[in-house]
Design a protein around this ligand. Structure first.
Ligand code: ADE
Length: 550
């Protein structure tokens, strides 16, 4: 049993302590004047108790003491044996064991009993420290864990999904920003680069539109994410679709690239699908074939789109209507158009890679665009056909009589195309090519007196001639657009005129190939270069002879 420490000042009433403490305890005032409150504890030593050791009791001690030493804390010990129950209240230093136990809970502000055993006898002990008789009320139960309020529980349970959602949004945003940046960088890089084949043979040197969005070129946009495009003016209307000038927006709101969007209604799915499939062949890429960016299904508007380069000069028919060409213009337009068709028909790329030959089947001046460098750009592949080796004669027969009657070859008008030979389809395209070359030549100042633009066969056959009236002119009468003798002004023009007549021959097999037509234009180009050189040489020698004479 610990000795009662007489140094302790006792009060019988707690109320007295509050007023008396500062005055009656001189040892508590530090030299510099700071006041330290020591523990105020119940201090009755051992007394009988009525506490039953369940839940919570009060000490029943009437004496309150200020502990003698600064480090002392309040302690209560409850004991029960067969005859009585006692409660012991006291101050004690945690540095010193009490009944063989170190006080391990003296930092608590409440006195919570812990069972202790010493030499077979059981007792309960608690210690605490606070200003106010913390060992007066003693607890036999565990401290209640703080319970959370409903809003707190809700907030805590919502926190993890909320954090995950924010992280997902941030990751997605970051991905979008990085992706957009990457796209822009790639576009910029491609702008600087020429489009080369893998073996280093350049096949594409486009004009100002060539740089457009090469990253999406020849890709079908399977993405749910559609290109950010704002439609502008309508620039064309065909049988199956309308064409719009449009803005392809860049990363910043002000930047955009001009593109063309060909819009098909849902009913024209077959035409869209055919054109998309034709464009999807990477080997189709050529500087004189319309540069394809992507194809999209615009579900919201129930539309299908084909997005391509935009050519501000419009189609060849419009251009010829409003412009008279120079000899050079004729050579550029004719030569580039022949090269486009030769590439389309070819079974290999300029680099020698195998390629599926394609026939256009609707060659006409309104399906050719004029680029800024005054070369041609073949477009509208809605009726084009890939001459796959897997195509059967039946497949070909079912592909039907297609195209525009005015430009149809005699065998197409008669539906007598030789399906056994896939070259027949190319030969029909060449017939149409000849009509376009005739249109170009008719508007060239090199022929002399240039008349207003008229389409091949003019208005004799009506504005939109049907197959039957074209048959009368082309098959029955073997009629062709007129090539006046006056056109054959020089060797180059003569070669163009003979190329035209050889290409619209009634016999498909007698016609030139598109490749051959392209080579004729190369010859003309060579002739022109030679004559320009000899001209300038003549001029030099003339100049010299004049000076010699002097
Ligand atoms: N008309 C049809 N297609 C066109 C294009 N890509 N650019 C300009 N005009 C067109």
């Amino acid at each position: 049993m610990p000795r009662l420490r007489l140094r302790v000042l006792l009060w019988t009433l707690t109320a007295c302590v509050c007023s008396a403490l500062p005055l009656d305890v001189p040892g508590l005032v530090y030299p510099h004047g700071d006041f330290v409150i020591r523990n105020l504890c119940k201090f009755c030593d051992l007394e009988d108790s009525t506490c039953d050791g369940a839940d919570k009791c009060t000490s029943e001690c009437k004496k309150t003491a200020i502990c003698a030493a600064v480090d002392e804390v309040c302690v209560t010990i409850w004991r029960k044996n067969d005859s009585n129950v006692t409660m012991e209240t006291l101050c004690h230093s945690p540095a010193v064991p009490l009944y063989g136990f170190m006080l391990d809970d003296y930092n608590n502000t409440e006195c919570r009993m812990k069972e202790k055993k010493v030499l077979g006898s059981l007792f309960y002990l608690c210690s605490c420290s606070s200003e106010e008789e913390c060992n007066n009320v003693i607890y036999f139960t565990e401290a209640e864990k703080p319970t959370l309020s409903i809003p707190m529980v809700t907030a805590i349970s919502l926190l993890p999904p909320l954090v995950i959602a924010v992280m997902v949004i941030l990751a997605f945003y970051r991905y979008r920003v990085i992706r957009q940046k990457k796209l822009n960088e790639e576009w910029k890089k491609k702008k600087k680069r020429k489009h080369d084949c893998s073996d280093g043979c350049a096949i594409m040197t486009d004009d100002d539109q060539s740089d457009i969005s090469s990253t999406v070129a020849n890709n079908i946009n399977h993405n749910l994410e559609l290109l950010p495009i704002e439609l502008d003016l309508q620039v064309g209307k065909g049988r199956f679709a309308s064409v719009y000038k449009a803005k392809l927006k860049q990363s910043t709101a002000e930047q955009f690239e001009t593109v063309a969007v060909k819009i098909f209604s849902y009913e024209e799915y077959a035409s869209w699908k055919n054109e998309k499939d034709i464009f999807s062949d990477i080997n189709l890429k050529h500087e004189n074939i319309l540069h394809f960016l992507t194809a999209e299904e615009r579900k919201v508007d129930k539309q299908y789109w084909i997005i391509t380069a935009y050519h501000a000069l419009g189609n060849l028919q419009e251009y010829l209507t409003h412009h008279i060409l120079s000899w050079d213009d004729l050579c550029y337009l004719g030569g580039s158009f022949a090269r486009a068709l030769a590439h389309l028909h070819s079974d290999h790329t300029p680099c020698g890679r195998p390629k599926v030959p394609i026939v256009h089947r609707d060659i006409k001046s309104s399906n050719i665009l004029v680029k800024n460098d005054l070369t041609c750009c073949l477009c509208d592949f809605g009726l084009a056909l890939r001459l796959d080796l897997s195509l059967s004669v039946d497949d070909l027969a079912n592909s039907g009589q297609v195209g525009t009657a005015r430009y149809m070859a005699p065998e197409v008008l008669e539906s007598r195309i030789n399906l056994e030979n896939i070259e027949s389809f190319k030969q029909s395209d060449v017939y149409s090519l000849a009509l376009v070359l005739w249109e170009i030549t008719s508007r060239c100042s090199a022929i002399g007196d240039v008349k207003d633009y008229v389409p091949p066969f003019g208005s004799k056959v009506g504005e939109h001639p049907c197959v039957e009236s074209m048959k009368d002119s082309v098959v029955r009468d073997r009629g062709r657009p007129e090539i006046p003798n006056s056109w054959q002004k020089h060797e180059g023009l003569q070669l163009i005129c003979s190329t035209i007549t050889e290409s619209w021959d009634h016999d498909p097999e007698a016609r030139l190939t598109a490749q051959c037509v392209a080579e004729r234009f190369s010859e003309i180009d060579q002739m022109d270069k030679l004559s320009q050189r000899s001209c300038s040489e003549e001029k030099i020698s003339e100049d010299c002879s004049v000076s010699d004479d002097k």
